[in-house]
Structure formats: structure tokens, C-alpha cells
Design a protein around this ligand. Structure first.
Ligand SMILES: NC(=O)c1ccc[n+]([C@@H]2O[C@H](COP(=O)([O-])OP(=O)(O)OC[C@H]3O[C@@H](n4cnc5c(N)ncnc54)[C@H](OP(=O)(O)O)[C@@H]3O)[C@@H](O)[C@H]2O)c1
Length: 286
């Protein structure tokens, strides 16, 4: 099975135009929270923000040893680091994380809502209901808890990013009914944030298939269905006509659906210039 690819070149690493150390992509002074920051995409994202000069990078996940290690790496890159063991579905704990961050640093500028769960692959007739539902608990409920904390605590102009899927929510992929549906719900909630909160910048990212602990459950080969590009700088280079899609009618460059991202790529060629990118997380195979 193959996912559609939008770019002529499949890349496995960040390339120069999206390198987080580029001065125009700096996140200097920004306070960034990454959920699921202990490994995989979340870890790479947290480190990329540190490389781009963030003031502080705060990471969460359930495995304290993993986030402690990533926090050390963040510190070595020059940003302040904090880590909180937190289950994404524990609203009180997530509120504590956001409250403590705001109290210590005074602002929350970027939230990467990334913690996620892929159930065991199973056709509908075979699915085990508890595992099937776990995706909704973590991806949808957990995602909503982080999103709600963001809109309650983030500074005006802040950026919200959700890691959605590799398109599993938009096409039929056998055995992924729970994952696709739970991420589709998350995508819809992100649209609603966009409508309810014009003061924020809201992005849903489809990172392709990146070889991580989670994706290894799917047995799908690593594939690039679009660069994982975080769009947290001033982003003027991504302003374009959003009027053609009613979802984006209010303002440009605020919410990116899959089709929207595709149009950006068609306009800009292969490179989507934004904050930073990672097509591959450390340690994974090509
Ligand atoms: N890899 C891909 O190809 C791909 C494609 C599309 C979308 N995604 C999405 O990208 C995100 C990151 O996944 P990944 O591929 O980087 O997988 P990963 O390496 O397995 O990382 C998943 C992260 O989420 C955390 N997590 C899982 N359940 C959690 C919970 N209940 N509470 C708090 N943290 C939790 C994990 O930490 P603990 O287990 O220690 O809590 C881990 O840090 C997910 O939302 C995934 O659906 C991945």
C-alpha cells in the first residue's frame, strides 16, 4: 500500500532551506511545549526548537526517563528545558504543566500537540474494543485536553500544531479504522480552534510515514507524504490566497488542511519554508 507523495524527492533529513538554525526561522525568546516529547517525532521537534534558539522547551510523556534524557539534550543546545511526566488523557496533570510553564516563563508561544497512539492493526470484524477505543482516548480526548489548555493559557499570537496522521484519516487503509477516525476527529477540532480563535495560528501536520516506535506497529514502509514542517516563525512567506477554500476564508496562513498544504507545495516547488523540518527522526533507518 502506498500513500500519495506530493513532492518529487523523498527526503530523510532536514534540508538547508528548512534548517532550524537559519536565522530567519529563529524561535528566539519563544516558550514551546511538546507533548509526547520523549522519542520519535516529538523528540526531534523538541530538539529542533532548541536548535532554533527557543528560550525554553517543555516536554511531556508518560516515561520520565525518556523525557529526562531529551531535556538534557535540549539544555546542551542552549535552551532551558523542563520535563513533566504526564499522561495526555489526564486533564488535571496537563493543566498543571501549562500552569507551571506560564507561572515560570510568563508566556506559552508554541504548543506541539503530538502525543498519540496507534492501535494494533485490525479489520473492523476483528478489532478489540478496548484497544480500538484507546486511540480515541489518547488522540482525540488527549488531543482535546492539550488544545483546550492551549487556548486557555497561550499568549496572543501563539502557534498550535497537531501531529495528525500520514493521511490515514482521509483514505481507506485496512486495519486503521480507529486510528484514522480518532485523528480525523482531532483534525476537525483543529478547524474549530481556527474558527473560534483568530488570535492564534493553527496547523495540522501530516508528517508522512516516519520510522518510529508507533509507526513500526503499522508495518508500512517509511514514506514521505509531505515535509514535516513547523510553521512558527512570522510565516509571511507562506501567505497566499486562502479564499478559495471556505475553511480558510477568514485569514491566510492559519489552518492547513492536507489540500492546503499541497497547494503551498505546488506554489513553492518542493520546499515549504517554515520554522523547521524533520523528515526523519534520529536513529531511524532510511
Ligand atoms: N511515525 C509516523 O509515521 C507518524 C505518521 C503520522 C502521524 N504520526 C503521529 O505523530 C505523533 C508522534 O508519534 P511518533 O511516530 O513519533 O511515535 P513514538 O516515537 O512512538 O512517540 C509517541 C510519543 O507519544 C507519547 N505518548 C503516547 N501515549 C501517550 C499518553 N497516553 N500520554 C502521554 N504521552 C503519550 C509517547 O511517550 P510515552 O509512551 O512514554 O508516554 C511518545 O513520546 C503521534 O501522534 C502519531 O500518531 C506519526
Amino acid at each position: 500500500m502506498s500513500f500519495p507523495s506530493w513532492t518529487p524527492t523523498t527526503r530523510h533529513d532536514a534540508y538547508p532551506s528548512i534548517d532550524p538554525s537559519r536565522p530567519e526561522l529563529s524561535s528566539k525568546g519563544k516558550v514551546v511545549i511538546v507533548t509526547g516529547g520523549g522519542r520519535g517525532i516529538g523528540r526531534a521537534t523538541a530538539l529542533a526548537f532548541a536548535k532554533s534558539g527557543a528560550r525554553a522547551v517543555i516536554i511531556t510523556s508518560r516515561t520520565e526517563s525518556a523525557i529526562a534524557e531529551v531535556a538534557e539534550e535540549i539544555t546542551k543546545l542552549g535552551s532551558e528545558a523542563r520535563y513533566f511526566s504526564a499522561d495526555a488523557t489526564d486533564q488535571a496533570r496537563i493543566q498543571e504543566v501549562f500552569g507551571a510553564t506560564k507561572a515560570e516563563f510568563g508566556s506559552i508561544d508554541v504548543v506541539v500537540n503530538n502525543a498519540g497512539y496507534l492501535p494494533d492493526e485490525a479489520l473492523i470484524k476483528d478489532a478489540q474494543i478496548d484497544d480500538w477505543w484507546a486511540a480515541f482516548e489518547i488522540n482525540t480526548k488527549g488531543g482535546f485536553i492539550a488544545i483546550q489548555a492551549f487556548v486557555q493559557h497561550a499568549s496572543p499570537g501563539a502557534t498550535l500544531i497537531s501531529t495528525v496522521t500520514a493521511l490515514a484519516h482521509s483514505a481507506y487503509y485496512p486495519g486503521f479504522s480507529s486510528y484514522g477516525a480518532s485523528k480525523l476527529a482531532l483534525l476537525k477540532i483543529m478547524q474549530d480552534v481556527h474558527e473560534e480563535h483568530p488570535e492564534y495560528r493553527v496547523f495540522s501536520i501530516q508528517p508522512g510515514i516516519i520510522d518510529t516506535v508507533t509507526s513500526s506497529k503499522s508495518k508500512l514502509p517509511e514514506q514521505d507524504t509531505g515535509k514535516y514542517v513547523l510553521l512558527c516563525s512570522q510565516c509571511d512567506n507562506l501567505r497566499f490566497n486562502a479564499d478559495r477554500n471556505p475553511l480558510h476564508s477568514r485569514s491566510p496562513c492559519r489552518f492547513h488542511s492536507v489540500a492546503f498544504q499541497r497547494r503551498i507545495r505546488l506554489r513553492q516547488g518542493e520546499n515549504v519554508v517554515g520554522k523547521l523540518g524533520c523528515g526523519r527522526t534520529d536513529g531511524q533507518k532510511r
